[in-house]
Design a protein around this ligand. Structure first.
Ligand code: UGA
Length: 452
């Protein structure tokens, strides 16, 4: 057993990352106090009510409270005093320049620095510019407190799963300080995974490089999909064929309406800004960002063409509003960016999303939020699927066809069976897929022999 088994941990911030970290660490046997500045959130969590939508989180919070290993408090100071390890999980939103805004992080550090017990390790989990661990150490300015960077790689909708089944743990400390790095690594000793110890700048860079690589990969795939349309190829087959190459791998190859969410857009802009500040031109990353905006425009072009060239006054039904399936998160959602572009051309939008039950002021203003996909389709010239909710596969396309004014179905996630849609008398278009007037090969016919 490592020295910090059953460590006393303070987690500052009860958002997606903070709450997941607190709940999972308590489930691993640590004594965790999680702090937030929102009294209502703290009260709800103390009652065992999860404040984020994540599979498994509610159970972990309830178990943690019942075991006495998890508690929630108001304010960072109440949690930090007496902790062996203080984990910072506060938001680092994008500022107007594209750089990460560190105001909250720095004010928390300033608030707790004099309360930290001797020997305490401050861990930064928030995604922060390279060099922030060094800056935090400078702000704390105490020889008896170490600062370590320990980035998270959690996907929304899979945060608990990803925390407890990580691909790797990265711990970055000044001069690879083995003692502090070991204490942080020991928090995860019950997990069977690779632990990489680096200097703090490299750990911070690993997080940005990972998210920016994923974003660039998707922009590449979306461009390949566009090219497939010109060349009569099928992107589903192309990415399947690419994915068999072990160097490429099968995941993160689905074309779509562009990537979004609270992380990839923010982190790509931030790394671009970091590169510029360092005097380096990250042209590839800039191209990935521009390609992502172009992808939204390509979707709008498809919709405009499908309704005869003019969107003004045209009713469009949208399926999906969140940035991906399995979350209620609308932040930087490509679906809403596309809705804004359609609305700017005068389209009249109805939209349905399984996790959005009411309009959100200032966020869904361009869209009339409906209670079912069938309501969203009513009187529309076209239906546009924007988020890959599995339940959209089970829609009754004849029922949709009965409600539609027009015939067009545009599937920006390549989620639907083109044949099922065409069978209802509708005209199907995916992204980089042959159109439904041609007969696509059933997928099982495409695969002649499986390995092994
Ligand atoms: C992302 C990373 O995947 C996590 O590893 C990271 O920890 C997290 O950001 C973060 O920095 O906190 P997340 O924002 O939850 O996680 O979303 P992803 O599942 O990565 O999806 C990002 C976007 O790419 C979504 O808009 C999604 O629809 C899109 N996407 C994803 C595709 O268009 N195609 C794919 O094949 C995969």
């Amino acid at each position: 057993m490592g020295s910090t088994s059953g460590a006393k941990v303070a987690v500052i911030g009860a958002g997606y990352v903070g709450l997941t970290t607190a709940a999972c660490l308590s489930s691993l046997g640590h004594q965790v106090v999680c702090a937030d500045i929102d009294q209502e959130k703290v009260d709800a969590l103390r009652r065992g009510e999860a404040t984020i939508r994540e599979p498994g989180i509610c159970e972990l919070v309830v178990d943690g409270l019942a075991s006495g290993r998890l508690d929630f408090v108001l304010g960072a100071s109440a949690a930090a005093a007496g902790a062996d390890i203080v984990i910072l999980c506060v938001a680092t939103p994008m500022s107007v320049t594209g750089a990460a805004d560190l105001t909250t992080l720095e004010s928390v550090v300033t608030e707790v620095r004099d309360l930290l017990p001797t020997g305490c390790v401050v861990v930064n989990k928030s995604t922060v510019p390279v060099g922030t661990a060094a800056r935090v150490a400078h702000l704390i300015d105490r020889a008896d407190v170490a600062v370590v960077s320990n980035p998270e790689f959690l996907r929304e909708g899979f945060a608990v799963h990803d925390f407890l089944n990580p691909d790797r743990i990265v711990v970055g400390s000044a001069d690879r300080d083995p003692v502090s790095a070991r204490r942080v690594a020991d928090l995860y000793e019950k997990l069977d995974t690779a632990v990489l110890v680096t200097d703090s700048a490299s750990a911070e860079m690993i997080k940005y490089a990972s998210n920016c690589y994923l974003a660039t990969r998707l922009s590449f795939v979306n461009t390949v999909a566009e090219l497939c349309e010109y060349l009569d190829a099928n992107v589903d087959d192309v990415t399947a064929g690419m994915g068999y190459d072990a160097r490429i791998g099968k995941s993160f190859l689905r074309p779509g309406p562009g990537w979004g969410g609270s992380c990839l857009p923010k982190d790509t802009f931030a790394l671009l800004h970091i590169a510029e500040s360092a005097g380096s031109d990250f042209a590839l990353l800039r191209a990935a960002i521009e390609t992502n905006l172009k992808q939204q425009e390509l979707v709008v072009d498809k919709v405009r063409k499908a309704v005869g060239g003019n969107l003004a006054g045209t009713r469009i039904g949208l399926l999906g509003l969140t940035f991906k399936a399995g979350t209620d998160d609308l932040r930087d959602s490509p679906a809403l960016a596309i809705a804004a572009r359609l609305a700017a051309e005068g389209a009249d939008l109805s939209g349905y999303d399984p996790s959005v039950h009411a309009p959100v002021a200032g966020v869904t203003d361009n869209v009339r939020v409906t209670g079912t996909a069938y309501h969203a389709a009513k009187g529309a010239a076209a239906v546009v699927l924007l988020t890959e909710w599995p339940e959209f596969r089970a829609l009754d396309w004849s029922r949709i066809a009965d409600r539609l004014d027009g015939r067009a179905v545009i599937d920006t996630r390549n989620l639907l069976d083109p044949v099922a849609v065409a069978r209802a008398g509708l005209s199907y278009q995916g992204i980089g897929r042959p159109d439904s007037t041609r007969k696509p090969l059933p997928r099982t016919v495409g695969m002649v022999r499986q390995a092994g």
